[in-house]
Ligand binder design. Structure first.
Ligand code: ADP
Ligand code: MG
Length: 309
């Protein structure tokens, strides 16, 4: 293998037009390589094409063209092997209401051809915190428990790659913590994790590498650290010793007075130095009681990259 868990080349998806609408180009030629062993974030606004991409990986949506390789297996050449390498926790809560969690896992294991002797239903139910609901009807489960069950189902065939589509959208804090601690645990055991989220702090915290897609196109892919480094805007926040009458000014500086009386000076580190900023503050006759700097976060990068259109 190439060191990549997933390799996608020129992936396109056009949905046939529904009533009153024309065909929809949901993916417009995506190239994407996802490193083995990573926690990989797929970010993008609503409608960007994230679920379409993930559902193609899962074999739930048929691509229009392009190449998809999962764990080294071409989806068109080795559909069974490529499907066996991946487990997907979908965005939709689509569960059969008449199966208990244990039965749902057994059925899923059967679908993937996991022999009875190798099934781990109890262990997986324990992992997701559903042991005490193992024999309850799915329709009596809360939304959070259903999500736990969807995660459990994605794990029955011990896939090398786990994909989670918006796993924490609208879930409570406890479930979110359970999900992230499981993701970390599984990743430490060697599983490659791919997740979509629109919570940027979450991607920042969880992901080693991130791809941003917008309108069916990839607009960026990099390590989380490099993506954050792309925006070199820094903000220096000055708390003056007494109320400042004059605001500092200088080339390449954007100056704001904050409600708490602090003065925020935003500048590009490549063009303006911190010393220039401090000199401008001094020239304005301001004595400094306290100073701190703020860095750009993923939100800034994301807005910059998805602003066009
Ligand atoms: P995301 O998960 O990033 O929100 P989706 O992949 O769900 O985006 O959707 C991408 C685009 O494709 C959207 O414009 C959406 O309306 C459209 N789309 C998704 N599923 C279908 C479908 N089954 N039929 C027609 N259009 C679809
Ligand atoms: Mg989606």
């Amino acid at each position: 293998m190439s060191g990549n868990a997933i390799e996608i080349e020129g992936l396109r998806k056009t949905y046939a037009g529904q009533k009153g609408t024309g065909p929809k180009d949901a993916l417009k030629g995506i190239d994407l390589a996802i490193p083995e062993g990573s926690v990989f974030g797929l970010l993008g606004p609503n409608g960007a094409g994230k679920s379409t991409l993930i559902n193609i990986l899962a074999g739930l949506v048929v691509k229009s063209s392009g190449r998809v390789r999962i764990w080294g297996f071409d989806q068109d050449v080795n559909p069974r092997q490529s499907r066996a390498a991946i487990g997907v926790m979908p965005q939709e809560l689509n569960l059969d209401p008449f199966f208990t969690p244990r039965a749902a896992l057994e059925v899923q294991a059967g679908l993937y051809g996991v022999p009875k002797s190798q099934r781990r239903s109890d262990e997986i139910l324990e992992l997701v915190g559903l042991s005490d609901k193992a024999n309850a009807y799915a329709r009596t489960l809360s939304g959070g428990m259903r999500r736990r069950l969807l995660l459990a189902k994605a794990l029955v065939h011990s896939p090398q790659i786990l994909v989670l589509d918006e796993p924490t959208a609208g879930v409570d804090i406890e479930l979110r913590q359970m999900l992230w601690s499981n993701v970390r645990k599984l990743n430490e055991q060697g599983m490659t994790i791919i997740l979509t989220t629109h919570y940027l702090e979450e991607a920042e915290e969880m992901c080693d590498e991130i791809a941003i897609i917008n309108h069916g196109e990839k607009v960026a892919q990099d390590s989380t650290a490099n993506l954050l480094g792309r925006i070199d805007a820094k903000t220096m926040v000055i708390h003056p010793a007494s109320e400042a009458d004059t605001l500092p000014s200088g080339k390449g500086m954007e100056v704001d007075r904050r409600p708490d009386g602090a003065i925020a000076i935003t500048y590009r580190a490549a063009e303006t130095s911190a010393e220039d900023v401090l000199a401008a503050v001094h020239d304005a006759g301001i004595s400094i009681r306290d100073v701190k700097t703020e860095e750009a976060d993923l939100q800034d990068v994301f807005l910059e990259l998805t602003r066009a259109g």
